[in-house]
Design a protein around this ligand. Structure first.
Ligand SMILES: *[C@@H]1O[C@H](CO)[C@@H](O)[C@H](O)[C@H]1NC(C)=O
Ligand SMILES: *[C@@H]1O[C@H](CO)[C@@H](O)[C@H](O)[C@H]1NC(C)=O
Ligand SMILES: *[C@@H]1O[C@H](CO)[C@@H](O)[C@H](O)[C@H]1NC(C)=O
Ligand SMILES: *[C@@H]1O[C@H](CO)[C@@H](O)[C@H](O)[C@H]1NC(C)=O
Ligand SMILES: *[C@@H]1O[C@H](CO)[C@@H](O)[C@H](O)[C@H]1NC(C)=O
Length: 283
């Protein structure tokens, strides 16, 4: 499987900041416009700093992080490969939208939300091709029965559709080495621009280099994948291609129209220099 620019950055970052392992989901669909995933944090296994990335794709990612002082939902879109800046089209209410720099540049949206373990949340990414070689990428988070829009960002692209579907668990810091971080990822679905949908039940496992004392692993429990750093066992599955049971429970997809908080906000310019922090916020 090809390494995306996102993961290349992630791998680069890991050698400096911390460790991560990833699940790369397979689909036979092309022209994907919709990407849905569910995450459930394993009880207690979410020490400060952990980023549980749910909806990754070529050009950006979405997930929940145990930031300090507040837990957050995070949605990021990188600038184009040729350096053309990504632009903000919308920023959700109670969401902070800003630029980031460091490991690549782009725009990101942070939404303070006190997520809990043992609770299932969903993330949803929608791509809307824009004539002239752009695509509008929106990130939504399911809070109870409501979908919260984080932001809509316009990115210059060769292919206006979503590719490179993945999730990861990451410790972006270096202090809390060998603490357990574990999440279940389940019910992954994609849909293309003709309305054909597909449940993604197969994923392959990769990892960055590890800090001393760390291990990682993944597996399948019924209809979910689990993924951990320092989990219940240090065993890495001998077959790194994992297949979960299908749920057949397709999401309703009318998510953009069901969201209640869309709105525009002035974009804040903030270049992060958080690399020096021990508990590092993800960009
Ligand atoms: C994908 O979209 C392109 C451009 O809109 C189109 O030419 C192509 O036929 C589509 N492919 C499929 C499989 O729908
Ligand atoms: C954290 O949440 C509290 C309570 O909602 C809020 O007052 C504070 O501004 C938040 N801090 C940050 C850094 O977002
Ligand atoms: C993945 O972790 C193993 C240790 O389990 C390590 O040998 C390997 O180098 C890691 N992969 C990468 C790409 O660093
Ligand atoms: C935890 O990690 C530290 C390195 O930061 C190491 O010294 C220690 O031995 C590790 N403990 C265990 C139980 O692996
Ligand atoms: C690994 O598992 C996948 C299904 O999850 C299967 O298709 C493949 O044949 C397996 N590979 C090996 C070497 O057993």
């Amino acid at each position: 499987m090809k390494l995306t620019s996102a993961i290349a950055l992630s791998l680069l970052a890991k050698s400096v900041y911390g460790v991560a392992d990833h699940l790369w989901y397979s689909t036979s669909l092309t022209n994907v416009t919709d990407w849905y995933n569910e995450v459930t944090i394993h009880s207690g296994d979410e020490p400060a700093g952990t980023y549980f990335m749910t909806n990754g794709y070529d050009g950006g990612y979405f997930g929940i992080q145990h930031n300090v002082p507040n837990k957050t939902v995070l949605f990021s879109v990188w600038d184009a490969d040729d350096g053309t800046p990504t632009t903000q089209q919308a920023c959700g209410s109670n969401v902070v939208c800003s630029t980031f720099g460091g490991e690549g540049t782009g725009l990101h949206a942070n939404y303070n939300f006190d997520w809990a373990d043992d609770t299932t949340y969903a993330g949803y990414i929608k791509a809307s091709p824009v004539p002239g070689g752009y695509t509008d990428i929106s990130g939504y988070f399911q809070q109870g029965s409501t979908w919260v829009l984080l932001a809509t960002y316009r990115r210059k692209v060769d292919n206006p559709y979503l590719t490179g579907f993945y999730s990861f668990v990451e410790n972006p810091a270096t202090l809390t080495v060998n603490m357990t971080r574990e999440a279940y990822y389940g019910n992954q679905w994609v849909r293309d621009d003709s309305g054909t949908s597909q449940e993604m039940i197969t994923a392959s496992l990769t990892n960055t280099s590890l800090n001393a004392g760390d291990n990682y692993g993944a597996g399948v429990k019924g209809s979910t994948f689990f993924l951990f750093i320092n989990g219940p066992t240090s065993a890495i599955p001998s077959n790194r291609t994992l297949t979960r049971e299908a749920t057949g429970e397709e999401p309703s997809w009318d998510i953009g129209s069901a969201s209640t908080n869309s709105g525009k906000k002035k974009q804040k310019k903030t270049l992060k220099t958080s690399q020096k922090r021990s508990l590092r916020n993800r960009f």
